[in-house]
Design a protein around this ligand. Structure first.
Ligand code: SF4
Length: 145
């Protein structure tokens, strides 16, 4: 069921299919941060054959109770797992933040979407149509994380 109230700009759905550009994995202000839930840490740790504590020690920082992937100087602000500028080196274990791109709560305002997301991410407008209901379910699941 859709939320009550005025129709959002995406009420007819949005086409999106990842084009493998790696753009959402490169640094651009707040998008440079890859935050991890405890499930994400566990998935990554299993992927690398580490304990959650070992994975966090090696790959994570934390601030205000939020855990994120570290950003070593040699990564130039890009995700530590980005390879060759466009390939995720840990794709099967990528975190929720990466799985739910571009449907993030902070992206889903019409102006932000138009100016910062649709003009930036080549996957927008391509591939399968994601319905309003589907998009809202993705947004709600993130609010619960
Ligand atoms: S974990 Fe993978 S998909 Fe997510 S930002 Fe890093 S390189 Fe990109």
């Amino acid at each position: 069921m859709s939320k009550p109230g005025p129709k959002p700009f995406y009420h007819e759905g949005i086409r999106f299919e990842c084009q493998g550009s790696g753009k959402c994995c490169t640094s651009r202000g707040s998008y440079g941060f890859v935050y991890l839930t405890s499930k994400d840490v566990k998935r990554f740790a299993d992927h690398f054959g580490l304990s959650a504590a070992q994975f966090k020690k090696q790959y994570c920082g934390s601030k205000d109770g939020k855990v994120f992937l570290i950003d070593p100087p040699e990564a130039n602000g890009d995700c530590i797992f980005l390879e060759n500028g466009n390939r995720c080196g840990a794709y099967e274990a990528r975190p929720e933040q990466c799985r739910t791109w571009p449907f993030w709560p902070e992206n889903m305002k019409a102006k932000t979407w138009r100016r910062e997301i649709a003009s930036y991410c080549p996957g927008v407008g391509k591939g399968r149509l994601h319905s309003r209901e589907e998009i809202e379910a993705i947004l709600e699941a993130q609010e619960k994380d």
